[in-house]
Ligand binder design. Structure first.
Ligand code: PEP
Ligand code: MG
Length: 756
């Protein structure tokens, strides 16, 4: 027999034996029983136990060599409980010479483990999830070596398939804790995109599913790895050589660093080592990826974590090359009513899934302003974010209800809950049908005041919604979204094409483009802006634009060219002072002159500022002398007004936009705009909710821009409104001292039969 050697030195013979047992006859239980025996013998340990994670975050002892057999299927630990629970929670190995002295040691008398002093355990990881824990124990106070930990990790990889099959845990004895079927769970989160859906869970696995773990011939696997690495390098080189990326700049530095990672000898060396120990090339990449993930979880420093995230991405790419280019779950395997569950998701990753089968998205992280949220909103898919630990609590194809309106997810719901929600879905569909009937009617109040209803957009996809509700135009086009989805900075021509398509998609309706609003939480993959303690108040939006005028010029040039022969409307985000606006406006004028010299300029150019920083509210007379219009970005304005981070779930309900300070500030903006004779719009989330839109109209706002799905409900509200009594009420509310005047407005709506 081969001896266990250096790094990851699992004898290949052992791996083959394990593989043969796993592929051989017998039930999953019988095979696991045989496997733990062999591992105990090979690792020279008195005990080897396999714990399997079942829904509800319970780890169940499913097989053991060395502990009392009657403990099998009886002993359970919660994730986080005891040393085994710790290994599962942290997803990292643990090796202790004196386990019982550890503060987390949880004694289970039925196992008879008191005589074993040392313990080494590793997580059984499958597709980024902890699906169990593999443990060995010894009587003596044994010091396990790094090599032994590596060995056990490799064995755990081989076991992962068997453990995740689900066959092991169904035989739990009645009465044992955790033996009952996984219970329904109500998991609160944060509303990211409204709507309700019922469906079945699909766990987002960015990696390729690995079917073969143990190699027949390491030389063949090394050859496959070489070929896949060469393909990966070629693909990266092609990306770097693309015309729009070949110029120097920060994006290029980022890509160079990325490519250096791809050539990292340490990384490739570890993969080769794992292949030599008997794994297939894919399994070896995944093993190294598991190690990286564990390291990532331990690192506090955000910069380093991001670099490791790059490595994660490279691992994924390499796996994709090894698998011959298979990426996300093939459409055929996706259930028709998929609820996508992910830690986090990139916008492009969401678009990889078949929209027709996607009912909802649930994220452990995520914020309403994250890129994926904006894409989900464009697709009109309900999304609940910040749902703690959902990924580990749900099993594939578990039934789920996602209530985006109520910010909650129901896991394995009861029949009654399903029926209640099905009823809510029907009621919603009826309401939507009623809004559709209003489509061709004007958005005017009962007393004849016309309100301009516009949509916020950021993807070409959104423009289709202009027609749904017959909106007047696009009041806010967030240009950064296409930049965030791409792997590289789009050049002038690419941008020009895109903007032309946007204008074409909008037809005769006006589109107000907002220049790049990056920085803050909107990071571009190829633009390093450096770490900031307070990114929302950091180097972002117009601040970057003025410091890197080349980027702004490119964007404005593309906009001017795309709008040739029609009106161009552009606004700048996060303007804090008139001087900034004037500087940006000058750059715009240069671009218009440049275009005029080339013989093609827009018919008219209207340049506006977003009012998102409170300081600008005190410079309105001066601003209106140089700006053609102003649009209030209430999302940012509120966060700066109340000094309350808009992404913080703890603060989400702390202050109300329907409160005296906000109403009086907004009311004063309206008065100043009227005095200047310039248009004032509002394009934050506030305009999307009927009750808030009602208050805005009461203050005198006549131009609102909102999420496309809000046009119907807001129009229904407008058509029942009489602005005169409302204006009187709102004027009075501005002088009140309450925390919120929402209830008073609600009562007004009820009394006047205004649907909100
Ligand atoms: C806002 O801040 O209100 C706004 C419309 O911009 P964004 O949500 O894109 O920051
Ligand atoms: Mg903003």
């Amino acid at each position: 027999m081969e001896k266990m050697g250096a790094w990851g030195g699992v004898p290949r013979q052992l791996l083959r034996r394990l593989r043969d047992i796993m592929a051989g006859a017998g039930s999953a239980q019988e095979r696991l029983d045989r496997v733990v025996k062999i591992i105990a013998a090979e690792m020279v340990a008195e005990v080897c136990s396999a714990y399997v994670r079942r829904a509800g975050d319970v780890l169940e002892l499913c097989a053991t060599e060395g502990l009392r057999p009657e403990a099998v299927h009886r002993t359970t630990l919660r994730v986080g409980e005891g040393l085994v629970g710790d290994i599962a929670e942290e997803a990292r190995p643990l090796a202790l010479a004196d386990a019982q002295a550890h503060p987390n040691f949880a004694y289970r008398p039925e196992t008879g483990e008191e005589i074993f002093h040392s313990l080494m355990g590793v997580p059984i990881l499958r597709e980024g999830r902890v699906s169990g824990v593999l443990v060995v124990q010894n009587r003596t106070m044994r010091q396990y070596t790094e090599e032994e930990i590596e060995t056990l990790e490799t064995i755990a990889m081989v076991l992962a398939e068997l453990v995740a099959s689900g066959e092991l845990i169904s035989r739990a004895l009645p009465g044992a804790p955790g033996a009952e079927p996984a219970l329904p769970l109500r998991l609160p989160g944060v509303r990211i995109c409204g709507g309700i859906a019922i469906g079945r869970a699909v766990l987002h696995q960015p990696t390729v599913v690995i079917r073969r773990v143990v190699a027949e011939d390491p030389e063949v696997e090394l050859g496959r790895l070489r070929a896949a690495v060469a393909e990966l390098h070629d693909a990266l080189d092609r990306m770097m050589a693309a015309a729009d990326l070949s110029a120097s700049g920060e994006h290029r530095d980022v890509l160079e660093a990325y490519r250096m990672f791809a050539e990292d000898r340490g990384w490739l060396g570890r993969i080769r080592e794992a292949i030599r120990s008997g794994l297939t090339a894919e399994a070896a990449v995944q093993k190294v990826q598991n190690d990286t993930r564990v390291r990532m979880n331990q690192i506090e420093d955000e910069y380093l974590r991001e670099r490791l995230q790059d490595l994660e991405d490279l691992n994924n790419r390499l796996l994709t090359h090894l698998a011959g280019g298979i990426g996300a779950m093939p459409a055929a395997e996706l259930p028709d009513d998929a609820v996508l569950v992910a830690h986090n998701l990139g916008p492009a990753e969401l678009l990889d899934y078949d929209r027709r089968k996607l009912r909802a998205v649930v994220l452990e992280e995520g914020s309403p302003t994250a890129h994926v949220s904006i894409v989900a909103r464009a697709l009109d898919i309900p999304v609940v974010g910040r749902v703690k630990d959902v990924f580990s609590r749900v099993d594939p194809l578990d039934p789920m209800i996602v209530d985006g309106d109520g910010s909650v997810v129901l896991l394995r719901p009861t029949e009654e809950a399903k029926q209640a929600f099905a009823q809510a879905i029907r009621a919603r569909a009826e309401r939507e049908a009623a809004y559709a009937k209003l489509r061709d009617l004007p958005a005017a109040t009962k007393d004849g005041v016309a309100i301009s209803l516009n949509i916020n957009a950021g993807l070409l996809l959104d423009l289709g919604h202009l027609d749904d509700g017959n909106a007047d135009g696009v009041g806010l086009y967030r240009t950064e979204i296409p930049f965030m989805i791409r792997a590289a900075f789009p050049d002038v021509r690419a941008q020009e094409d895109l903007y032309r398509q946007v204008l074409r998609g909008a037809g005769d309706r006006p589109v107000t483009f907002r220049t790049l609003d990056v920085g803050g939480d909107k990071l571009l993959p190829y633009f390093a802006s450096g770490h900031e303690d307070n990114p929302a108040m950091g180097w972002r939006a117009i601040r970057i634009a003025l410091d890197r005028p080349f980027m702004l010029r490119q964007q404005l040039r593309a906009l001017v060219r795309a709008a040739q022969g029609r009106e161009l409307r552009v606004m700048f985000p996060m303007v804090a002072e008139v001087a900034e606006f004037e500087a940006a406006r000058r750059i715009m004028e240069l671009e218009v002159q440049h275009a005029a010299r080339r013989g093609g300029r827009p018919l008219a150019v209207k340049i506006g500022a977003m009012l998102e920083v409170p300081a600008l509210a005190y410079q309105l007379p001066a601003l209106f002398r140089v700006a053609d219009f102003v649009s209030v970005g209430s999302n940012d304005l509120m966060q700066f007004l109340f000094a309350a981070d808009r992404g913080s779930p703890r603060l989400a309900d702390r202050y109300d936009v329907l409160s005296p300070p906000v109403l009086s500030l907004l009311g004063s903006l309206v008065k100043q705009a009227e005095a200047a004779g310039k248009p004032l719009a509002l394009c934050g989330e506030m305009a999307s909710r009927p009750i808030e839109a009602m208050a805005l109209i009461g203050l005198g706002f006549r131009i609102l821009s909102m999420a496309p799905s809000s046009v119907g409900p807001v129009k229904a509200m407008v058509r029942k409104l009489d602005t005169r009594p409302l204006a009187d009420l709102v004027r009075d509310l501005c002088r009140r001292s309450e925390h919120s005047v929402r209830e008073t407005l609600r009562t007004f709506a009820r009394d006047h039969e205004v649907p909100i």
